[in-house]
Ligand binder design. Structure first.
Ligand code: CUK
Ligand code: CUA
Length: 762
């Protein structure tokens, strides 16, 4: 083997590096464009979406996560993923479904006693005040198991799940009223309201659809099921819903398909669902006066079914709160215009998109002008009496969102794979752009509020096909970003979304979101209150009763207290951990061997877990977040002793390995470290650091660490006084650990001040 001359290699590689650097330095934009085959259009698109390192996005998108049961959060225009919020499905990174606090949230979503650990999420809705986003809450539905979840945007966590008491599936949710008094959730597949068997032969008589209005208590940040109600509807498959705005604010609109009430039966030689459910030329738009419906419930005019207030069809007709209007075949989408004057509905099997006039609907109602009644006695307003206009947009129109310009609408064309920009006042197409492929929903910034901001449009496509590197038969979804700020729409970016099939998304101006960076100390984030298990530093304890062990512990860089937990086989064990950190982004995790335990402890949070220690053995645990240089040492042991265990003779005591010399050396090192810390502190305090909140927070954190250092120093000195050099040296080492953390934080603060060009004050 030829021996390498290392010096020569080093020189050559250094030379090589120099050459490469020279090439890099020389490469111009033109060179890059040639090398990567980019056009000027590509460069423009890149410039419109690129967010430089350290800079932030202008809009934040909350996308449904489809079957994953999560919500996906990303930024616009960069399309960078920011978070998956666990909603209906356990998610270990967030500890969701692993700590007792979040298990309790998931358990609220049990259906007839059965745990459901996924959701088919379709429509996220942001809370509104006066018809505009306020950045406080997010709601999302589960189509498969009719449920609505409440996500608090103060910390981006799921706080509540409610199960629809009368439906067995739902689709037309979540959409909110102008001031988020109610969240609507309409049924999809009609079923009996009661939880019992009813043969399909009784479909017309016993199966029902409907619209549920969930009451939201803003002060509590929770849905109040007792104050919620359902307006019963015929067994037409209710589909999407929307609340009115401005003049139509007291009303809601829900479209439907399969008003044929076809029940299939290909097994009996009958035509399939898809044929029977699209036989008629029209279906029905349901128009509901929800404000009046809520008053009827208060007046005691609702019927209790499954302990839930239901306004029957009969009552709804008698009280004049429910009307039907024909809509073009197999409609999808019902979207109220920003001014609240029109409702836009598209027919999937019709090229027309219909614009209904709220004013005309009201005129027909007050004049009692109906073209007839449906089989359930609900008055039908003639389509011609309610229509403002119709527009021929293209094939397979689905969903509509609105732009910032007057009468500007965007409608997805599923079959054509296009987006049409059009004028809903005039019913006139303005522009079209090709989508890849088969677009479902689309979304513009604040596009479902009273004040759409326009700017960007995201096409939520059903198929990706060949747009990305292949990853097997299951493809990611494709969210395409489109610039709508100019007269011609232009495609900017394709983002693969590898988590479920998102249906709808909402985009909010990032300035409106003000999430917290840490919890109040000892916080139960799911219940949104101080945890009864909140534990302060030095107050950690283990409470033992026969057969039961309860531990109140803490985590902080870089140790878990307690470090050793001893229990007996069969013990019922509960461990509560509080993260004592106050620093931003100092999350600790907790994983324990073989018990399916995985916690996420963000600063301030208290989480719990419970299990039966049914198998004797040794169970190591550790912190799962790389939280400091001594993260790997953030560990401990759970020891489960067999019942009736006979203590073996103790091993000979630990042998001391450290001497006075070790102690003195460590102290010397610590003094030198302190000098560095003092210099950093001097730099910071001689500048206007108080004007930088993140530096103030860092200083608080550093002060904490220095206080811990002082405690360790006291212990070291005390041991040294007793000439216990072993413990003196170890405590001196711990003192140094805290100093290092403080120094690290201080240097971060110093670098930040330098970058920000802080001013010298002293
Ligand atoms: S739905 Cu999926 S594309 Cu659930 Cu809003 Cu239209
Ligand atoms: Cu805490 Cu790693």
């Amino acid at each position: 083997m030829k021996r390498l001359n290392w010096d020569k290699v080093a020189v050559l590689s250094l030379f090589g590096l120099l050459i490469t650097e020279a090439v890099w330095a020389a490469e111009t934009l033109q060179d890059v464009m040639t090398r990567r085959g980019l056009t000027e259009k590509d460069i423009l698109a890149a410039a419109k979406t690129y967010v430089p390192s350290g800079k932030r996005d202008e809009y934040i998108v909350f996308s449904s996560g489809g079957q994953s049961g999560h919500v996906i959060v990303y930024g616009i225009p960069s399309m960078r993923l920011l978070k998956y919020i666990a909603v209906f499905t356990p998610e270990p990174w967030q500890g969701y479904g692993f700590d007792e606090e979040s298990k309790a949230v998931l358990a609220q979503g049990n259906i007839q006693g059965k745990a459901i650990t996924y959701g088919d999420t379709h429509h996220p809705a942001l809370s509104e005040t006066n018809g505009e986003y306020d950045g406080e809450y997010l709601f999302i539905n589960d189509k498969a198991n009719p449920r609505i979840a409440v996500i608090d945007l103060h910390d981006f966590e799921t706080k509540q799940i409610v199960v629809n008491p009368v439906f067995k599936s739902s689709h037309g949710g979540a959409f909110v009223s102008e001031n988020t008094e109610y969240i609507i959730e309409s049924a999809q597949y009609a079923t009996p309201y009661e939880n019992e068997y009813v043969p399909l032969e009784q479909f017309n008589e016993r199966y029902r659809g409907g619209m549920t209005y969930w009451y939201f208590d803003r002060a509590k940040g929770r849905i109040i099921p007792e104050q919620s109600f359902t307006v019963m509807a015929p067994p037409y498959s209710q589909d999407l819903s929307d609340f009115g705005k401005g003049p139509s604010a007291d009303w809601s609109f829900t479209n439907s398909f399969c008003s044929e009430r076809y029940v299939g039966g290909i097994e009996q030689g009958k035509p399939p669902f898809e044929a029977g459910c699209s036989a008629k030329d029209t279906d029905f738009l349901h128009v509901v006066n929800w404000r009046k419906a809520a008053e009827l419930v208060k007046a005691g005019k609702a019927t209790l079914i499954n302990n839930h207030h239901v306004i029957t069809i009969e009552t709804a007709v008698k009280e004049g709160i429910l009307y039907l209007i024909p809509e073009a075949k197999s409609p999808h989408g019902a979207d109220v215009t920003p001014d609240g004057r029109y409702i836009v509905v598209s027919g999937k099997l019709d090229t027309h998109t219909s614009v209904y006039s709220f004013e005309k609907i009201q005129q027909a109602i007050s004049a009692g002008k109906f073209e007839g009644k449906d089989p359930y006695g609900i008055p039908i307003i003639a389509m011609t009496d309610a229509l403002h206009t119709q527009a021929e947009l293209g094939l397979g129109p689905l969903h509509t969102q609105f732009g910032a310009r007057k009468c500007e609408a965007f409608t997805s064309l599923y079959v054509d794979s296009m987006v049409a920009r059009w004028d809903y006042c005039e019913g006139k197409v303005l522009d079209k752009i090709a989508i890849h492929y088969n677009i479902g929903h689309l979304m513009t910034m604040h596009g479902d509020t009273k004040k759409p901001e326009g700017k960007y449009l995201v096409a939520l496509n059903k198929l990706a096909i060949d747009r990305f590197n292949p990853v097997g038969p299951l493809h990611p979804q494709n969210h395409q970003l489109i610039d709508i700020s100019n007269e011609k729409m232009t495609l900017l970016y394709d983002m693969p979304l590898p988590l479920g099939e998102p249906h709808y998304a909402v985009g909010i101006n990032a300035n409106l979101l003000k999430p917290i960076i840490r919890y109040k100390s000892g916080w139960d984030s799911r219940a949104n209150q101080a945890s009864p298990y909140k534990t302060l530093a030095g107050r950690e304890k283990t409470v033992k009763e026969p057969g039961k062990v309860e531990i109140l512990g803490t985590v902080i860089r870089s140790h878990i207290t307690p470090e050793i937990i001893e229990v007996t086989e069969g013990d019922d064990v509960t461990i509560h951990l509080t993260n004592l950190e106050r620093a931003q982004d100092e999350t600790h995790g907790f994983a324990l061997y073989g018990q399916n335990v995985n916690l996420s402890l963000e600063p301030g949070k208290t989480s719990s877990f419970h299990f039966i220690a049914d198998k004797p053995g040794v169970y190591p645990y550790y912190c799962t977040e790389f939280c400091s240089a001594l993260h790997l040492e953030m560990q401990g042991y759970l020891l489960v002793k067999p019942k009736n265990y006979q203590e073996a003779a103790k091993q000979a005591g630990e042998t001391a390995i450290y001497t006075k010399a070790d102690y003195d050396k460590q102290v010397e090192k610590n003094q030198a470290t302190q000098t560095t810390i003092d210099q950093v502190v001097a730099f910071i305090t001689s500048h206007n650091y108080q004007e930088f909140p993140s530096v103030v927070a860092l200083m608080e954190d550093a002060t904490d660490q220095l206080n811990f250092a002082k405690e360790a120093q006291t212990k070291a000195t005390a041991a040294a006084a007793k000439e216990d050099w072993q413990n003196a040296a170890l405590w001196a080492g711990q003192w140094w650990q805290y100093q290092v953390k403080a120094a690290d934080i201080g240097l971060r603060a110093k670098a930040y001040l330098e970058q920000q060009g802080a001013n010298k004050t002293k």
